[in-house]
Design a protein around this ligand. Structure first.
Ligand SMILES: [Zn+2]
Ligand SMILES: [Zn+2]
Length: 390
């Protein structure tokens, strides 16, 4: 079978790999991506893109217009690394102790830069292309900040797309899932305050330990009794902190929860029931309750039409064999969800390899698979040419 990768991209594959490994060796944490954004912006400028810096702090947007077409497309890559100490032993391992590209954002950035080059030098399209390099995907909310600072007002897009590598799926295959694809992730902190005292005289106390034990059990009824049987959600009490001594009733107890949902209405229901149950339980035990929600990313919902379009591009190019079969939604979260709240689009997956020892992302042994660079960059080109036909 002939090589599906675009010849000019295959010809420059060694440069892509070298760039990816350079980024890997020099990881930068959320909102600190200064060297990375310098590199991205220098390359885009040299290729003739109009470059806008400063959105979301270290964010970079490169714009290229061709022809008279009024349509526009946005492609997004994330640039940040994680606070993990790398243990791959690779020659190009992180040179920054305690920081690591353990989610493959080095690969995503290298893929989009390679696509940028091909699109500027060889591609045939009619319309406007916005390449969005965002900071702080890993919990920092870089997408949300770029959007809040006017990204889509300054660079209107008819549709936006992003890709993420995914270990456990064959390298270079593409996965598409319409509708809910990634979960929301909220953290909830509950403080129950009672009245401490002697463990032998509990009738003189208002015991927050007993109240929290009952509350932990009550919270388990939200998913089983309040969420529709065909919907999903997670309410996990990951930490329960109270007391020091066996013979002392403490004054207070603290619960820390993670809350996940695949749909906005389920997310709202989970948070509402957590508040209601906490107040009801606290009242019944004579303790006071404070509930604090640290909301994080919303669920990522792919738009049906744009997902079908993106999938068709891969299908026309690679055939059924190039697609990941039986893809399931993921319980992780992803801040491209904010883009999809404001603009039509699709977040797609790119298999990172399913062989023995293929490490999951966020693991100190993980590495982005360089064999995915050329297919990833070729896919972006195919997508742009199909979305903005000349
Ligand atoms: Zn990650
Ligand atoms: Zn990631």
């Amino acid at each position: 079978m002939s090589d599906p990768v675009l010849p000019a991209i295959r010809a420059s594959e060694q440069e892509m790999i070298a760039l990816r490994r350079h980024l890997h060796a020099h990881p930068e944490l959320s909102f600190e991506e200064t060297a990375t954004s310098d590199l991205v912006s220098d390359q885009l400028t040299a290729l003739g893109y109009q470059v806008r810096r400063g959105l979301g702090g270290t964010g970079v947007v490169g714009t290229l217009r061709r022809g008279n077409g009024g349509k526009s497309i946005g492609l997004r890559a994330d640039m940040d690394a994680l606070p993990i100490h790398e243990r791959t032993g690779l020659p190009y391992a992180s040179r920054h102790a305690g920081k690591m590209h353990a989610c493959g954002h080095d690969g995503h950035t290298a893929i989009l830069l390679a696509a940028a080059r091909y699109l500027a030098q060889h591609a045939n399209f009619d319309g406007t292309l916005h390449l969005i390099f965002q900071p702080a995907e890993e919990g920092g909310g870089g997408a949300e900040r770029m959007l809040r600072e006017g990204l889509l007002r300054e660079f209107p897009c008819d549709a936006v797309f992003a890709l993420h590598n995914m270990p456990g799926y064959p390298a270079g295959k593409f996965g598409f899932l319409a509708g809910p694809c990634m979960a929301s992730a909220d953290e909830v902190r509950i403080i129950l305050t009672g009245k401490g005292g002697h463990g032998a005289m509990p009738h003189k106390t208002a015991d927050p330990v007993v109240a929290s034990a009952a509350l932990v059990m009550a919270l388990q009824t939200i998913v089983s009794r309040n969420v529709h049987p065909f919907e999903t959600g997670v309410v996990t009490v990951g930490a329960l902190l109270a007391g020091d001594a066996s013979n002392v009733v403490p004054d207070s107890a603290e619960l820390r929860l993670t809350v996940r949902a695949m749909k906005p209405d389920v997310r709202a229901l989970l948070l509402q029931r957590i508040r209601e149950l906490t107040q009801g339980q606290a009242a019944s035990f004579g303790v006071r309750a404070e509930v604090e929600v640290f909301d994080s990313y919303p669920p990522l919902i792919n738009h049906a039409e744009q997902t079908a379009f993106a999938r068709q591009v891969a299908l026309d190019w690679l055939g059924e064999d190039g697609l990941i079969a039986g893809l399931q939604p993921l319980a992780g979260s992803e801040d491209f969800a904010y883009f999809l709240e404001q603009c039509a689009g699709c977040y797609l997956l790119l298999g990172n390899g399913d062989g023995e020892g293929n490490c999951m992302v966020h693991n100190p042994g993980y590495d982005f698979n360089d064999a995915c660079l050329a297919p990833g960059a070729s896919y972006w080109v195919k997508l742009v040419e199909a979305f903005l036909p000349a």
